[in-house]
Design a protein around this ligand. Structure first.
Ligand code: NAD
Length: 282
């Protein structure tokens, strides 16, 4: 079974979450080793330090990779702010648009959604370290950039797929990022086609209107259900069903680390209005 990706969130919900956001008071706590770190950040680091082995899960979004130079969707300088011609990006990366206008889809995709030289940042690296030392059981991510794995994370559930994998829509032949890029560059219309059967090669990325992989969904839910500590970071929590997965959490502490308010802040035990790379730099 595949659940369809769709987006929710009205301006009134946002206004409500802004009003109720229980943090951002700028409280600072002086200490010998973490002199410039807020009480919220210290609390989160303490929870991580005290978490039982394998009982922490990280749920992330595009904001986790902005410090690697990849724009997110909903920040002021994110992709939604950069209209491409007359078509807003959210429409451009829908299945309907892909089917009707693959040429423009691929022009946008290779121009704006592929960040070939991006490298993992402090957050990616710390999460890989936390997994290696046994604290973190899984990263559940909406990102499609593969940076968690590049940093060394092993258990990464990619809810929306990955730009690193691509498949022929006809014969199913697999192509890596270099291969699809070459096919895109060779094609007179920019649409990558399979040299074996001539059909379009499509990124293994979940477009709006498409379903999520059921195995990835199940494993993500299992990981979240088993966790004592859930850290949600760099996501506007506006894309469903991904954002709904956090409702499966039954553990002790939920922390949200995000620059902007989210509709779920009032349900969190702790909110940190900071950069995820800085918060995870310890
Ligand atoms: P989003 O753009 O809707 O929200 C990102 C959130 O992260 C914003 O609220 C922003 O304030 C916050 N943010 C930005 N930089 C931050 C930082 N350094 N520290 C803390 N918070 C920061 O992204 P989303 O919720 O992930 O949903 C959008 C969809 O975008 C996802 O489905 C994802 O597949 C796709 N996407 C992925 C990438 C990627 O793979 N890197 C990039 C763009 C979009």
């Amino acid at each position: 079974m595949r659940a369809r990706a769709l987006e929710v969130g009205s301006s009134s919900q946002w206004a409500e979450s802004l009003a109720l956001r229980p943090f951002g008071k700028g409280i600072k706590m002086e200490s010998a080793d973490q002199s410039n770190v807020s009480v919220e950040v210290q609390t989160l680091r303490t929870w991580i330090g005290e978490c039982k082995p394998g009982r922490m899960v990280f749920f992330g979004g595009a904001g986790v990779s902005t410090e690697s130079g990849i724009p997110d969707f909903r920040s002021p300088d994110g992709l939604y702010a950069q209209k491409y011609g007359d078509v807003p990006p959210e429409e451009m990366i829908s299945r309907t648009f892909f089917d009707r206008n693959p040429q423009m889809f691929y022009e946008f995709y290779f121009d704006r959604m592929i960040a070939r030289d991006a490298l993992p940042n402090r957050a990616h690296r710390k999460l890989a370290e936390l997994e290696a030392q046994g604290t973190l059981s899984a990263v559940v991510t909406q990102n499609i950039d593969g940076l968690h794995q590049l940093a060394g994370s092993k258990t990464v559930w990619e809810l929306h797929g990955s730009v690193l994998r691509n498949y022929c829509m006809g014969c199913g032949a697999a192509y890596d990022l270099d291969a699809i890029t070459e096919l895109h560059e060779q094609a007179s219309d920019g649409v990558p086609r399979c040299p074996k059967c001539g059909q379009i090669v499509k990124p293994d990325v979940v477009l709006y209107e498409e379903g999520l992989d059921s195995h990835v969904l199940e494993e993500s839910i299992k990981a979240i259900r088993r966790a004592d500590l859930l850290v949600i970071a760099g996501t506007s929590l506006a894309v469903y069903p991904a954002a709904g997965l956090i409702d499966y959490f039954q553990g002790d502490h939920v922390a949200i680390v995000n620059l902007a308010p989210t509709p779920r802040d009032r349900f969190a035990n702790l909110c940190v209005a900071g950069k995820v790379g800085e918060v995870f730099d310890f």
